[in-house]
Design a protein around this ligand. Structure first.
Ligand SMILES: Cc1cc2nc3c(=O)[nH]c(=O)nc-3n(C[C@H](O)[C@H](O)[C@H](O)COP(=O)(O)OP(=O)(O)OC[C@H]3O[C@@H](n4cnc5c(N)ncnc54)[C@H](O)[C@@H]3O)c2cc1C
Length: 388
């Protein structure tokens, strides 16, 4: 089979891969995206916080993504049934199922001439003096690219091929279950996140006008007991700490619950020669931070600038990646540490509130880097519990 040449090969058609492909396509690069699945991925995150929305706004995509999404501005946190804080998001955050969000960006890519090759993955690749020369694909095709981006998720084949070390840590004290259910009035009113001192959590929010999403986190030993024994046990456990969302109990009963295992990921480098890692191939943090997509979008922006500035010069690309992209590892490490702190403290309300950082949680950047942020602390307030 003939070999195809392009400027940039992106492995993985998730949010990171599609957004980078769009930015590069708009700047006239010839881009090929390789995706192992038959289409863009369907499972993923629901929330895009203000930093991610700002990235999309810089590229004229806000109107498009917000058109059918839900805009919210508050999450109310509870501990053992009592409200402990309201976290407000100036300008709001967007709720939009991952597939819909990525699909919009994918559709924009088509207008920029980006090629998507579905149902194919990397079988092998050839390297020369630290540069990836050619990708051999499982369908027999071959691809030569000036730059290769591994946007291929937590088990990245590109990361492995580059020999970049990784440390994956499973959050093994908390197993997550998720269900899509009919929307209730409580979910429509407010996003509510409940924690319990027994090691449980429950997060309820609207997905659209008809449906809501419910995440339940629980110790693995309880999961076996609860989900094997059935729903009445689950509802009994939730009743112990879920207070202002009791209208959801009826819709949870018939729901179908999917299990999700959650890990953090840290890697030893973000680039080697003409290849770089993006999104979940480079880092993963606890979803309690809600920032993975926002950081990934910003990283894609940096990569697009670096690749464009290098203009096909391999040495310059290497230097620019080192100077402008590698420092993101430090920023991501801070977010991963923050996610670890939230996951370690949520059973203890005082420890959780001490660990909670509005700068990272709302703005996605530390107060030290952004002087206007400390003033926002005042907006995270503890609501007065309602007396019934
Ligand atoms: C439970 C959970 C909830 C989350 N909630 C939020 C949230 O609310 N807000 C937020 O901002 N972030 C959230 N995140 C993080 C967010 O999902 C990630 O930051 C985001 O999905 C990263 O996108 P990506 O493009 O890097 O990876 P992915 O979406 O994982 O895409 C990787 C793609 O690469 C493809 N691929 C893999 N291997 C190969 C191969 N060898 N060849 C070809 N293709 C390949 C896969 O099929 C997939 O399509 C959450 C994460 C989890 C686990």
């Amino acid at each position: 089979m003939a070999t195809t040449s392009c400027d940039v090969a992106i492995v993985g058609a998730g949010l990171g891969g599609c957004f980078l492909a769009l930015l590069l396509g708009r700047r006239g690069h010839r881009v090929v995206v390789i995706e192992q699945g038959p289409a863009i991925p369907s499972a993923g995150a629901d929330f895009l916080k203000p930093p991610g929305l700002r990235v999309l706004a810089r590229h004229g995509l806000t109107g498009l993504v917000e058109r059918q999404g839900l805009k919210r501005d508050t999450i109310r946190y509870y501990h053992d049934g009592e409200p402990i804080q309201d976290c407000r998001f100036p300008g709001g955050f967007l709720i939009r199922p991952y597939r819909e969000l990525v699909e919009l960006i994918y559709t924009c890519c088509a207008m920029e001439g980006v090629d998507f090759w579905f149902d194919t993955a990397i079988d092998d690749l050839t390297q020369d003096e630290g540069r990836i020369e050619e990708l051999k694909l499982s369908d027999g095709r071959r691809l030569r690219a000036g730059v290769v981006i591994g946007a291929d998720g937590t088990r990245s084949a590109i990361r492995q091929a580059l020999g970049i070390d990784q440390v994956t840590s499973l959050y093994d004290r908390l197993l997550m279950r998720v269900a899509t259910v009919p929307l209730t009035a409580g979910m429509a009113q407010l996003n509510r996140l409940y924690f319990s001192s027994e090691g449980w959590l429950a997060y309820l929010y609207p997905l659209n006008r008809d449906q809501g999403r419910v995440f339940v986190g629980l110790p693995p030993e309880d999961d076996k007991e609860i989900f094997e024994d059935g729903m009445p046990v689950l509802i009994d456990m939730l009743k112990r700490f879920v207070t202002d969302s009791s209208d959801a109990f009826d819709v949870l009963q018939p729901a179908s619950w999917h299990q999700i295992k959650i890990s953090s990921l840290r890697v030893s480098a973000y680039h080697r020669g003409n290849a770089a890692l993006l999104g979940s191939a480079a880092f993963a943090c606890h979803p309690m931070t809600g920032m993975g997509m926002s950081y990934t979008l910003h990283d894609a922006e940096i990569l697009a600038d670096v690749i464009t500035a290098a203009a096909g010069d391999g040495d310059l690309l290497d230097r620019l990646l080192q100077a402008r992209y590698e420092p993101r590892r430090q920023v991501h490490r801070q977010l991963i540490d923050y996610g670890d702190a939230l996951a370690a403290t949520f059973t203890d309300r005082h420890a959780y509130l001490r660990a909670f950082r509005p700068d990272l949680h709302v703005f996605g950047t530390s107060a030290a880097e952004s002087p206007e942020i400390p003033r926002m602390r005042a907006r995270v307030r503890v609501p007065v519990p309602q007396l019934i």
